[in-house]
Ligand binder design. Structure first.
Ligand code: NAD
Ligand code: DAU
Length: 332
């Protein structure tokens, strides 16, 4: 593949993928990104200008999307509204970007017969009980809880239909919770790191026992590239790194890092419809595509992420007050 279009390539995970592609292939990357509040253009700084170009535009606009898709060999689709809490306040942008945007890209991929990889989430499967020995597999029935996860489930179904009905050469990946540098401070880990930097207490929803299956964003990128290069058309691959932790364990690790007491936590109003537990069985990806995560020590990865937020305060500081004001208005 000589030319790849990466939608959402100025976001947290998409920008990591762009760096990963530049470091590990010879491909030219065109990033298509609307530069919403969640984007950080500087996350693409330092990349060679002859390998990466940024086009600012909306994936839901066919006149923007079509010529770009026509000019590449493959589309890797990350662009989305990605935050559950925002989807509970205002679902409209989630429907437009995640469903209409994905539809618009699929139509262009169909018209120009392009390879398409759709980046999705484990949240499409709903949640598991804390004591359930099962984990999500590629055969788990869809059961999304929030407007965000329902919109991602909708986009997955569109991809499956475009494969079956129109022969679009697509694959899907459903990944668990990512952490690492450049994640917006509205999300759990960066919010708590920056709260503690500011001398405040981490804000934990409900009883804090909800479990997420953490994976470093670099491992997500290597998995997506493996699927793009070696995945079987029409197949879904779950991406995970065996990183189950409950939210209390994560904030306690952050508190420890800063020498704060492990019970220095503020319990706040729970998220409506809050999924209890996510857990990924990623054997298909590991066995069929020979993929392995590299960041299996969550504590070490978290320490490095904390260090990154300490060192990059100039990036997140301008957004901190607005993010906290918005949470405070909801009692969170
Ligand atoms: P993010 O919110 O950090 O970035 C999303 C990017 O998409 C931003 O750069 C934004 O400007 C862009 N965008 C939004 N609407 C757009 C539009 N209409 N047109 C063009 N660009 C648009 O999100 P993220 O956390 O990096 O997630 C990226 C993808 O990975 C999403 O599809 C998400 O569902 C999926 N995913 C995320 C996680 C996670 O833990 N964050 C886990 C599994 C899957
Ligand atoms: O599982 C993959 C999904 O992971 C992705 O599809 C989403 O794009 C991504 O945002 C993430 O969704 P979550 O809702 O799991 O992530 P979030 O960072 O919002 O919350 C993680 C957990 O922490 C969840 O149980 C809610 C809780 N939480 C969150 C915030 C922001 C808190 O307890 N306090 C907080 O302040």
């Amino acid at each position: 593949m000589d030319r790849i279009l990466v939608t959402g390539g100025a976001g947290f995970i998409g920008s990591n993928f762009v760096h990963h592609v530049v470091a590990n292939t010879d491909a030219h990357v065109t990033v298509l990104d609307k530069l919403t509040y969640a984007a950080t253009q500087e996350s693409l700084d330092g990349l060679p200008a002859d390998r990466v170009e940024l086009v600012v535009g909306d994936i839901a606009e066919p006149e923007v999307v079509e010529p770009l898709v026509a000019g590449v060999d493959a589309v890797v689709h990350y662009a989305a509204e990605s935050h559950n809490d925002n989807s509970l306040e205002d679902p409209g942008p989630f429907i437009r970007t995640n469903i209409v945007g994905s539809f618009t890209l699929l139509e262009a991929a169909r018209k120009h017969d392009k390879r398409f990889h759709h980046v999705s989430t484990d949240e499409v499967y709903g949640d598991l009980e804390l004591d359930d020995p099962k984990r999500f597999t590629e055969d788990t029935p869809y059961n999304p809880s929030s407007p965000y996860s329902a919109s991602k489930a909708g986009s997955d179904h569109l991809v499956r239909a475009w494969v079956r009905s129109f022969g679009v050469r697509a694959t899907i990946s459903n990944c668990s919770n990512n952490y690492g540098p450049w994640q917006h401070i509205e999300k759990f880990i960066p919010r708590q790191i920056t709260e503690v930097i500011d001398g405040r207490r981490p804000r934990v929803y409900g009883d804090g026992l909800n479990v997420r299956d953490w994976i470093h964003t670099e491992d997500h990128s290597s998995a997506v590239l493996a699927i793009l290069e070696r995945g079987q058309i029409g197949e879904t691959y779950l991406i995970g790194a065996d990183g189950e932790k409950n939210n209390l364990e994560v904030v306690q690790a952050i508190l420890r890092h800063f020498g704060r007491s492990a019970d220095d936590i503020e319990f706040v109003r729970d998220r409506a419809g809050h999924d209890r537990r996510y857990a990924i069985e990623s054997g298909k990806l590991r066995h069929q595509l020979d993929w392995q995560p590299q960041y299996q020590d969550f504590d070490a990865g978290l320490q490095a992420t904390i260090d990154w937020y300490v060192a990059n305060e100039a990036w997140w500081r301008p957004h901190k007050d607005a993010v906290e004001a918005s949470y405070a208005a909801k009692g969170q």
